[in-house]
Design a protein around this ligand. Structure first.
Ligand code: S3P
Ligand code: PEP
Length: 433
């Protein structure tokens, strides 16, 4: 399982923008919402129809994982997905690929199975932090066997029910440890009171997204004090749930308008959302963009001028590669702070971004919890390594709009959350005046 790749690696020469853009972009569904709603649908008391879903490696891995537990999932050609909950009555082997949402969300669900559920994933997944998930399941009284490394692979020995109650975890390395437990907790006999004690708590909006998804399905949730959450035991409703467009994946397209100049309209930008990608609005304005919200979407326009900034991105670490790419071609220095946990993402993103920006003749330094990036007059084409990371590939494409000759090592890494990235990028450029 560990050597499995989704598709053959494919080099891709990033296209240079030859003029200002005038594009309208339709994004695929949000990975974070999609995979939360798949989990909640499998745990619900009745079927759920999901519309506007994401079709990508991470969503397929989640569908396969929930099917392996027993859930019936019917995928329609129009992109809607009907999830019919069924008993988790069997043992199973689950491939997490490189998906944080699968490796952190499915184990707390699998404790409800009557059987042994084995989890493994890509080679890179075996390096991602999993100790908090494993420790938290043990704290709930569930037997988990690992190979001593508190990482993938491991097996959850489900008995069909869990008492729940109160546990304390350290979620410094990922908010997904919190979200995974909260998503499953309404099905624990006594619900769950979850307390985080640790140095950092990254990605708060993702935790708020989890609470919001639960609440919308009739689950009683609360946060009695900071870093403490309570999920009452109870039924999870089904019905019809629409998945919003992925605002984190809007990042490269928004950045494109700033690099090439001109404007890009993102279709379906929600008026209100729990997605942290909404933060691009304020951040990119600080970097020089003009943003206007319209009914039905958001429009960004740029002039090609990009300014550096000093920013704490702890609330949205997954936005870092886009900001770092813009910083590499900005006219003033950038400091990105508060994202030490990015070292446990698809790859060590701080090391990867610094190495690749420097390979192009840029000036980037890793700090303990982020990056410092200075303007450079020496940017040139080179290989841009992708480290199996979708956001490394799209970051390279952003710089490639300005700097000729950037070859993306493997563009198929974008299949993790946006398999059509390359063709969407080309059609956006096809609109150049
Ligand atoms: O819950 C989620 O859907 C996510 C939470 C965040 O994880 P971390 O807190 O590990 O950064 C984010 O980076 C990831 O892309 C998706
Ligand atoms: C960190 C990310 O993914 P994952 O859900 O695998 O953690 C990401 O998409 O930026």
């Amino acid at each position: 399982m560990t050597s499995k790749t989704y598709s053959q690696p494919e080099r891709w020469l990033a296209p240079v923008a030859s003029g200002p853009l005038d594009a309208s972009v339709e994004l695929p569904g949000s990975k974070s919402l999609n995979n939360r709603e798949l989990v909640l649908s499998a745990l619900a008391k009745e079927p759920t129809l999901l519309t506007g879903t994401l079709t990508s490696r991470d969503s397929s891995l989640m569908i396969d994982a929930l099917r392996s537990l027993g859930t019936q999932i019917d995928v329609d050609t129009d992109g809607s997905v009907l999830v019919t909950p069924k008993p988790f009555d069997r043992s199973a082997t689950i491939d997490c690929g490189l998906a944080g949402t699968v490796m952190r969300f499915v184990p707390p669900v699998s404790v409800l199975a009557n059987g042994d559920i084995k989890f493994d994933g890509d080679e890179g997944a075996r390096r991602r932090p999993m100790h908090t998930t494993i420790n938290s399941l043990r704290a709930l009284g569930v037997a988990v066997s690992d190979e001593g490394a508190a990482a993938l692979p491991f097996t959850v020995h489900g008995t069909g029910k869990v008492a729940g109650g109160e546990i304390t975890i350290d979620a410094s390395a990922s908010s997904q440890f919190v979200s995974g437990l909260l998503l499953a907790a309404a099905r624990y006999e006594n619900g769950l009171t979850l307390r985080h004690e640790g140095e950092h708590l990254p990605s708060m909006p993702h935790i708020e997204m989890t609470l919001d998804c639960l609440q919308k399905r009739g689950v009683k949730v609360s946060s009695p004090e900071p870093a403490v959450w309570r999920v009452e035991p109870g039924e999870i409703s089904g019905g019809t749930v629409a998945i919003e467009p992925d605002l984190s994946n809007a990042g490269p397209f928004l950045a494109a308008a700033m690099v090439a100049g001109g404007k890009v309209f993102i279709q379906g930008w929600p008026e209100s959302t729990t997605q942290v990608g909404d933060e691009f609005d304020g951040i990119l304005q600080q970097m020089g963009a003009k943003i206007t919200r319209h009914v039905g979407g958001l429009e960004i326009s740029g002039t090609g001028a990009i300014h550096g900034l000093d920013i704490d991105l702890s609330i949205g670490g997954e936005l870092t590669p886009v900001i770092a790419a813009l910083a590499a071609i900005a006219d003033s220095p950038t400091v990105i702070r508060g994202v030490a946990h990015l070292r446990g993402h698809e790859t060590d993103r701080l090391a990867a971004l610094a190495a690749e920006i420097n390979r192009l003749g840029g000036i980037a330094r890793e700090t303990a919890d982020g990056l410092e990036i200075d303007p450079s007059n020496n940017l040139h084409g080179a290989l841009w390594r992708t480290y199996e990371d979708h956001r490394m590939a799209t970051a390279g494409a952003i710089i490639g709009l300005r700097v000729p000759g950037i070859e993306i090592e493997d563009i198929t890494t974008t299949s993790k959350t946006m398999p059509n990235f390359a063709s969407m990028w080309m059609s956006m450029l096809g609109t150049q005046a």
